[in-house]
Design a protein around this ligand. Structure first.
Ligand code: PMP
Length: 363
């Protein structure tokens, strides 16, 4: 493969489109005729300002967001959002509904409980996180401050495509592992966030989209850096942002635009998922999916083999054959194929050939 690259199925940080890496490489020493690398630019420079604002504008364009939405680029990952969300919107006497569909949701719940009442509207733990709730499974609170959910569960491999109907209560979503992977209607969302390191770029920058009315209801008296209002007012330039991370995000968003936008990403991801799950379903005696079919993720495909030793062998032999990152999360074991936007269908085609061969030898 070009530059001796391999197929990278890492769960995050994860594969970046080659075109983006090439652009960075070609412009490494002198970007936009400034005689400097972007890392060396001031975050107050005209050149950086253009990149910053263009990146935010592209986020809005790709999601089809109107003026009522603000785009923020913060740091400390999605994990800080687990705390910032309840810090800004919850409080004593207020209740937030949390849909618990995996360990990332659990972590969000843990933080929220420090700030107010948390109602677990659905507890996936009872079904070992193998399926997502249907509307009738949800026990929503009337007048809740918000409903929090994780749109894609990176570890267990489940993904929402139809979001719950929460009436007038805004949805707040952790979209870290499937942001910009398919189309959805953003209207019910008061806020969504994602650590960049899967579909948006390098780790160290977190994308947050927040609807204006959420700010009006937000708590006062918060520490400056942890208040969304600060960052909205200062356009994410209250302090030094991750300039290089935001630049790379901009290049990745441009790549998505060039590929045909969200619709094209959706088509690309659907085709990859159909190919891999289709193969697994034909060979389910050997490659067993771990979640219900109607909850399957297009981003993270979790697979078990008949024996744990075979799984270890699969991962090792896969690596030798040029497939990286196939080991399941340490908390669940097995195999996990993480195939975010940047992963082309060719990677899945090659993987399926390897899987066929592995099964013929070990099945
Ligand atoms: N939410 C989800 C769905 C994730 O997959 C991850 C990381 N894998 C996180 C949150 C935590 O993100 P961060 O490391 O950016 O804090």
């Amino acid at each position: 493969m070009k530059y001796d690259r391999i197929w990278n199925f890492n769960p995050g940080p994860a594969a970046v489109p080659l075109e983006v890496l090439e652009h960075v490489h070609e412009n490494w020493f002198n970007y936009m005729e400034t005689g400097m690398n972007i890392i060396e630019w001031s975050h107050r420079s005209r050149e950086y300002d253009e990149i910053h604002n263009n990146t935010a504008a592209m986020v809005k364009k790709l999601f089809g967001l109107g003026d009522e939405y603000h785009v923020l680029f913060l740091q400390s990952g999605a994990s800080l959002q687990f705390a910032m969300v309840p810090m800004n919107f919850l409080g004593w006497g207020k209740t937030a509904d949390y849909i618990n569909t995996g360990s990332w949701s659990e972590k969000a719940v843990k933080e929220a409980m420090l700030f107010g009442n948390v109602n677990i509207a659905f507890d996936g733990k009872e079904v070992n996180y193998t399926s997502l709730p249907k509307q009738y499974d949800l026990k929503l609170t009337e007048g809740a401050a918000y409903v929090h959910l994780t749109s894609n569960n990176t570890i267990k491999g489940t993904q929402f495509f139809d979001f719950p109907d929460t009436g007038d209560v805004p949805i707040i979503a952790d979209m870290s592992s499937d942001i910009l992977s398919h189309r959805f209607d953003p209207k019910p969302f008061g806020l969504f966030y994602a650590g960049a390191q899967k579909n948006l770029g390098p780790s160290g920058v977190t994308l947050i989209v927040i609807r204006d009315d959420m700010l009006q209801g937000a708590n006062d008296g918060l520490t400056t850096m942890l208040s969304y209002s600060t960052h909205v007012e200062k356009n994410s330039l209250f302090n030094t942002p991750n300039t290089f991370g935001i630049f790379l995000m901009g290049r990745i968003l441009q790549w998505i635009v060039d590929m045909g936008g969200l619709e094209a990403m959706e088509d690309r991801n659907r085709r990859k998922a159909e190919l891999l799950y289709g193969f697994m379903d034909e060979n389910s005696g050997f490659y067993r999916g771990t979640v219900d079919k109607d909850s399957r993720s297009w981003m993270n495909v979790c697979i078990r083999l008949p024996e744990e030793e075979l799984e270890a062998k699969f991962v090792t032999e896969g690596k030798t054959a040029g497939f990286n990152g196939l080991k399941g999360h340490r908390s669940v074991g097995g195999i996990r194929v993480s195939m975010y936007n940047a992963t082309p269908i060719e990677a899945i085609k090659d993987l399926v050939v390897f899987m066929k061969d592995f099964m013929a030898k070990n099945g």
